[in-house]
Structures are given as C-alpha cells and as structure tokens.
Design a protein around this ligand. Sequence first.
Ligand code: MRU
Length: 349
Amino acid sequence: MIPTLSWTSEGVRFIDQTKLPLEESYVLAATYEDVAVVIETMVVRGAPAIGVSAAYGVALGAIESSAKTAEGFAPEFEKICARLAATRPTAVNLFWAIDRMKRLFATLRTSSASMDEVKAKFLAEADAMYEEDIASCKAMGAFGGELLPEEGGVLTHCNAGALATCGYGTALGVIRAAVEQGKKIHVYADETRPFLQGARLTAWELMEDGIDTTVICDNMAASLMRAGKIQAVVVGADRIAANGDFANKIGTYNVAILAKEHGIPFYCAAPWSTIDTATPTGDAIPIEERSAREVTHHGGKQLTPNGVGIHNPAFDVTPAKYVTAIITERGVLRAPYAEALREMETVAG
Ligand code: MRU
C-alpha cells in the first residue's frame, strides 16, 4: 500500500509528494505547525488526505500542550484549529475534519476531561478518520467500478488516488476496483499543469500497481476523445455544493465540457466528507489562488518573460449539468443532484 501518511510515536510521517516520482522520501511532522506547513507546501495534498492530516495536527497540538485539563487547553485549541484551517481554502474535507475535532472537544470540555483523556481521544478520532477514509475509498470503488466499461480508455485529471487519500483513492479507487473486477482499462492521465499531479503522482502510483497508463498533456484530451480512445472520465472533487456543482483541480471543467460534446460519461468520485450542503452552488466555493512561480518556473528554470501577468487558480468549478453521476461511499447519485443529495443524507443519517 502507498504510504501517504501514517502516525508514528514521533509524529505524522508523510511521503513527500513534491519530490515524487524521482525521489521517494519522507517528512516527519512533529508539531501541529509542521503539519500546517506540510499542507501549505503540498508535501501532502488531495482533499481527503489534508482533512485527515489536519485531524492528526490537532492531536499533535494537544500532545504538545502543557495544559492539565480540557478547560485549560481551550484557548490553545482555538489557535491550533485556526492555524490548520488557514492552510488551504477550497477542499471542504479540511474544515469537515477540524469541525469533527471541535465537536469532540466540546464533549470533552463538558465532561471536565483531563488532558491525558483529550490526547487519547483526539488520537483515536484521527485514527478513526484514517480508517474510515480507506473504507470509503473501497466502497466508492465497488460502486464506481461497475460503471466503467469492460474494456477501454479512462481519462482522469489531477491525482485523486492513494496519494490524495489515506490509501486506494477516490477516482483512482474506482479505476483500481474496475481493474480488480477484471476489466481491461487503459488510463489516460492528464499531466495537470502547473503542479503536474497527473504526470508525477497519478502516473507513479498507477505504475506501482501495474495499471496501464499513458500521460497526456492537458491540451490533448479533445483529440483523443475524437479518436474514440476515451470511453469514460473519472475525477475527484475538493468540494461538492448542494446543487451538485463541484470544485476540482483547474482544468476539470474543460474535460467535462469535452466529455459532454463527445457523448462520454463523466463521473465524479468523492466521499461524503467532500459534500458541502451549506454551499448552495459552485459560485460560492472559495477558489485558492496559488503562487505565480508555479506557472513562471519549472524545475527551477524560468519559462515566461520577466514581469508578465500570471493567473494561477488551483481549482475550477464544473457545473452539475456536465456530471453523469457522483460516486460516493453511500452509493451512486444521479441528477437532479440537490434532491439526490438530500435524500441520501436523510437515508444514511
Ligand atoms: O491541489 P491539490 O493537489 O490538493 O488538488 C487535488 C485535487 O484537485 C483532487 O482531484 C481532489 O482533492 C480530490 S482527491 C481524492
């Protein structure tokens, strides 16, 4: 299994995703501030992975504290949560995980818990999120694998794989499951400029698993679709609004339009922790703007003229009308998404 992140006696150990695929090295986060920096610098990235990382960050914050009781820890707890919440704005899983830790802390405060209890409960909660994340990916795989063709090309964008989760992946989990079901899938991985999550990370983890993969530049998808090489598209999500619009890596929207034009099914796979019914439509999703340097430079080399304007939004919003189905661990949702999401929320509780 790909070791995206793991709890150790010294802190959280992350595979350094900024170094892959050329170097497999690890970073140890021993404090909550280390975890915040690891998220900001993309050592760990991908919506579910940053959510679980933040939960471990909160646990580390408690371990670092010299407070004796939950009550005494409360001001520090607020500060820790605020720091971790300020790392990246778009993936709602980050806020979902921090809110879950806040709800747990509220009960610990009410029961006048000792700090030893807080530390143990926080760590157990983060461990539970880790295990639930893997189980969700497996369930999405079981539902979504059925939707992929017996044979053919599947296009994906960015990395929604084991590296973006605690293991197995969302979109790549669907592909892995289809392959495990015996389907003959050839994956086309968009390189995903500017951070190259597709070329570096998706290609690396699929090759580790022996899954047939071809990397294409982002501007090649249309011609491959026209040539009949793509039978389905499956991507992940950073936040799904109440109407089914969703934010994912910049360039996802282009792929969705192309898929519709070519009559190719376009699937979005995401755990329930990515669904944000408090955000009514995609227009209200905050989109992270990242450093201009990701666009102006590559491998330390400058690509663009000095002083040119740069726009670098990390995500875009794909309107629900382009989505054939949303694959979750609770089942497969189809339009109209507002109703389908509401119904599934009520049924599953
Ligand atoms: O900027 P990143 O690399 O964190 O963006 C990741 C994505 O857009 C993924 O597709 C998304 O988080 C889903 S991961 C299961």
